[in-house]
Design a protein around this ligand. Sequence first.
Ligand code: AMP
Length: 207
Amino acid sequence: MNLIFLGPPGSGKGTQAGILSTRTGWNDLGTGDLLRRLVKEGNEKALLAKSYMEKGELVPDALMVELLLAEPGDLGDGLILDGFPRTLNQADTLTQMMRARNLTLDAVLLIDVSDQEVERRLLQRSACSTCGKIFNQKLAVCPACGAQIQTRTDDNAETIRKRLKVYHQQTDPLVTYYQQQGLLRRICGEGEIDEISQRIRQALGIA
Ligand code: AMP
């Protein structure tokens, strides 16, 4: 099965994509994680993307697609895309990329969370920049890998508002785009993590 997770920043799509990936063995490809890893590795192109990420803006489509395609082997069958596409342009590119690989898009899961809840969650979360794990509270040390936690530079009030604005302007149109293709499944993203995972599996008709 090949899926897209759609939703505002902080909706939990990364967490849910990770849980589904562990359960099914499908490849979880998160473009935010990919960009942060490439920046850390000092990838020249990714360093160009860094300034957009820090401002809460989207990385320009051409650069984003170039970085995604530079990861060979990631776009095979059994794919969970988390954070891509984020613009109509990227959605069209994805259609072409999948067609070229004989892949079918089976569903687009929209994780619905209010703006107010997004702000609350992002302001109180800790994201470990060493192992990438996310925790729903402010922590000094990562319980998963033991590294000192540095708050993500884009998890501050001003940048969170910017990311939400960008989401509504540039990513919201994808809801209609995928609805028209009959692929959209709307999932309530509020509640316990396990409950939301269950709603997702139910929407996909898997155990
Ligand atoms: P995320 O971890 O998904 O919240 O992504 C963090 C940041 O990475 C975003 O605010 C964007 O700057 C950038 N980013 C991630 N995915 C994309 C994408 N598909 N298109 C453009 N920028 C992206």
